[in-house]
Design a binder for this molecule. Sequence first.
Ligand code: MN
Length: 508
Amino acid sequence: MENTRARRIKIFDTTLRDGEQSPGCSMHINEKLDVAEALEALGVDVIEAGFPAASEGEAKAVKEIAAVVRRASVAALCRCRKEDIDKGWEAVKDAAHPRIHIFLATSPIHLEYKLRIDEETAIEMIRTHTLYARSLCEDVEFSFEDATRTPHDYLARAARTALQAGATTLNFPDTVGYATPAEMKEMISYIRANVEGIDRADIAVHCHNDLGMATANSLAAAEAGASQIECTVNGIGERAGNAALEEVVMAIRTRKDRYRMTTGIATERIYRMSQLVSSIVGIKLPPNKAVVGKNAFAHESGIHQHGVLANKATYEIMSPKDIGVPENALFLGKHSGKHAFSELLEEMGYSLTPEQVDAYFPRYKEIADRKKEVTRGDIDALLSGIFRRRVKRLYSLKDYEVTAYKNSASALISLEADGKIHTDRMTGDGPVDAGFKAINSLTGQNFKLVDYQLHSVSEGKDALGEATVKLASPEDGKIMTGKGISTDVLEASLIAYINATNKLLQED
Ligand code: MN
């Protein structure tokens, strides 16, 4: 039963901004679009799409995201500078619901050492830039960076200034992940008691997880009256990351008896959303990650298993179904046809066009030919590895032959590009090293391998291997993540390397 007095909390997702700008999490523009569409389907209220003043590529990505998102608001982050606000507005102005998000630090340490301005100057900057942003856009969020290390009276003055200048959301970030839940409550309560007219605006918090308190801090602020929580999928973000969307949302839902709040999130899409982001940024979740970790619903000990069998509620506070964890039952074999395949995709919650089903079906058949049974986990891996908006395949793997003995290996690789086949042989310390070197030689690139991981997607000796490769461009240091999936781990690795190469060669 939904509590009728429940307060609606807005979920502001910054996976594409705070998450994307964290180390090793860069996304290709096509991947950003996939994430944005998935976030919209998930039901977030605001999608922070990026920081348009950062680069041309970033501005273009924000503009394209603004064009595809229809229901959620699309926010562009801007420093307190007119040029930033102009670029931000240019990027989001065609969105169905555009938002300009401006920030300025207010803490003494930031004012003195980073901005080198005094308190009065900061107040004036808040006033003039909020007024300017409001002259362009009806929806303006102002963030008082490092709010949790700002004296309450000055913070309230800054908030009053932004509110009077027309800001519609006031955000009080725990930028450095320093606050405790009790302090968050005190800060929000102080602001509500001392900023006249604050109820006209949304009060937001943006908490970082440096001390592992981001989710607790966000919820404490909401209890004190905050109406918008900023978070990221899987908690990715600067340093230790942000409050995790899945944790915030599931805590509100599971403990609605206590919080008396709701969100607009379709929780049964959480698991797939989490997998999509993990797959794109190439960061595996720890098995014990709250809500979405592999073991989050596993009951290993005999006593726990016994209890769960007798009554799930003994040890389960949420059901895996609530977040859409697929049951890993066997379902299709090599003789299943396209119809059965497309029905299953539908049942699993994938809405693909007939053309997309046609495009994925051969890959499915390939896997079905090599494995006796194809599981839902395999399907998830297949679909998360091949995104809806494909990055154009400049190069694709045509053939490979690798021989290895102890610490030396030789790889003969054939790549297809522009309808032509190119072949080269290289030696290396091992089969993977030799293969990667041959690919670099064929593409004429000097890309540097910064991370390489192999995981098995499902269980058993014929499980699919999933390779993740992070490659850096020596010119600008840009890093892209490539993935490859195959029953052969070497093939998966080569595909992942080529995939990352293709992304680096056509960044925007
Ligand atoms: Mn942040």
